[in-house]
Write a protein that binds this ligand. Structure first.
Ligand SMILES: Nc1ncnc2c1ncn2[C@@H]1O[C@H](COP(=O)(O)OP(=O)(O)OP(=O)(O)O)[C@@H](O)[C@H]1O
Ligand SMILES: [Mg+2]
Length: 413
């Protein structure tokens, strides 16, 4: 008998609040999603808790009605990049002699990573931020590098290189409170762009010199992958809603008209638009005929600045990030913008792919949700440690024995 796993995911976005229940049984998955317009959230920040709570409650109620199965009492929440920081850290522990590395040793090196973060970034960081992910890049046992899971290897020294993500304590506290008020426990959080990466990550693809960009309504988040592990993270408080604000400001139109123009004529690459074509812009009782190219030109301008900022940040960190860049993956609702790949390919000088989940969740805006499910399931796989913060539990030491029995049970009974 294969047991069924239920994963409840909450995405508190700037434009929508999404709740999703995924039932996982063996290789089969079924996800039900309920969405409500988001209120009280801007650029990923919960600025009005009562409004956010009402939106979340109504999304959850809708999910309860639409799913065939009862909701679990705990949920994973997608965390926007704005309240987080990312650092690369390396730590090493030595043993008195040669020993076989076990769960406790990995835990020890993990604690050393935490100490290293505190030492490097000072005590202020500790009081304001909390570690949410410790993503191993590689383990090194004596001189052997590139190890994905060191348990069972023997040596005198264990080194861990990791990418550590921290989130603001006050944001996590607000999340915890918000969930408690709707009767849920906060089981875990996943960084939005990490979740987006997990929507495409599989055992077959080796991500090297790849850039992931999540483009949402209020956030742009980038994650750079080298040798199949995250090495750089950056957030920009910019998204599709900011383009609409730019329309309001530049064209002096009201919000409704700005949204209509964006929806009807929005595209990223102005050079693909016929300069002769004319559209109508409405100003209350008056209407004005203007060249259609004005709309994509305004978006083109904004995105060009965004890409410039991203490239500058990458270049500051390591110039080879840009020179070696071999593919850009974009996702999030704003990645559905017409001609965005054309513009990004010109600006990044690399192929650009729009990521959308396979199967029933075929929408780039849903890739963080798909990714959270993949991420949660990846924590059970033992050949590679995915996130030391989340998956290292005490019974890990008994893994060999139990997993063999478990495999036997699930395969033959
Ligand atoms: N076809 C499209 N072209 C351009 N933009 C689009 C398209 N479809 C949706 N969008 C934009 O995508 C945004 C929603 O994306 P998404 O759901 O990923 O954002 P969010 O999660 O609410 O926000 P965030 O994560 O930034 O807080 C909306 O602002 C919408 O305008
Ligand atoms: Mg989002």
């Amino acid at each position: 008998m294969i047991t069924e796993k239920k994963i409840l995911t909450i995405d508190l976005g700037t434009s929508s609040i999404r709740t999703a229940l995924t039932l996982v049984k063996g290789d089969k998955r079924q996800t039900t999603i309920a969405t409500t317009p988001s209120r009280g959230i801007k650029n990923g920040n919960i600025i009005n808790v009562p409004s956010a709570k009402d939106s979340l409650r109504s999304a959850l109620n809708r999910l309860k009605l639409e799913s065939t199965s009862a909701l679990p009492l705990e949920a994973y929440v997608i965390v926007p990049g704005g309240c987080t920081l990312g650092y690369e850290v390396e730590a090493k522990i030595s043993f008195p002699g040669i020993k076989t590395i076990n769960y406790n040793d990995v835990n020890m090196v993990k604690n050393k990573v935490k100490d290293e973060i505190r030492r490097r970034r000072g005590l202020t960081l500790k009081s304001v931020y909390e570690i949410i992910h410790i993503l191993p890049q590689e383990f090194i046992v004596d001189n052997v590098d590139g190890i994905q899971n060191p348990i069972g290897h023997s040596g005198r020294e264990l080194t861990m290189k990791a990418f550590v993500i921290l989130a603001s304590k006050s944001y996590l506290r607000t999340l915890d409170q918000l969930l408690r008020e709707v009767g849920l426990k906060l089981k875990g959080v996943v960084l939005q762009t990490l979740a987006s990466y997990y929507a495409v990550k599989d055992d077959k693809t080796y991500f090297n010199n790849n850039l992931f960009i999540y483009l949402g309504a209020g956030n742009t988040e980038v994650l750079y992958l080298r040798e199949d592990a995250p090495v750089f993270f950056k957030h920009e408080p910019f998204g599709a809603e900011d383009v609409i604000d730019f329309f309001i400001q530049q064209l002096k139109v009201n919000r409704k008209e700005a949204e209509r123009l964006f929806k009807e004529y929005g595209s990223a690459y102005a050079f693909n638009v016929n300069p002769e074509e004319v559209i109508t812009i409405n100003y209350g009782t008056k209407a004005l005929k203007v060249q259609k190219i004005v709309i994509p030109a305004l978006i083109h301008l904004q995105l060009k600045k965004l890409v410039k900022d991203i490239k500058k940040a990458l270049d500051n960190e390591d110039p080879s990030f840009i020179t070696h860049l071999n593919r850009v993956y974009i996702t999030g609702g704003f990645a559905k913008l017409k001609d965005i790949t054309t513009l990004f390919e010109k600006l990044f000088k690399a192929p650009v792919v729009v990521v959308s989940p396979e199967g029933e969740l075929k929408d780039p805006a849903l890739s963080p949700i798909e990714g959270v499910v993949n991420y949660v399931l990846s924590l059970n796989r033992r050949e590679r440690l995915t996130d030391i913060k989340e998956d290292l539990t005490k019974d890990y030491g008994k893994e060999g024995f139990f997993s063999a029995i478990w495999r036997f049970l699930t395969q033959y009974i």
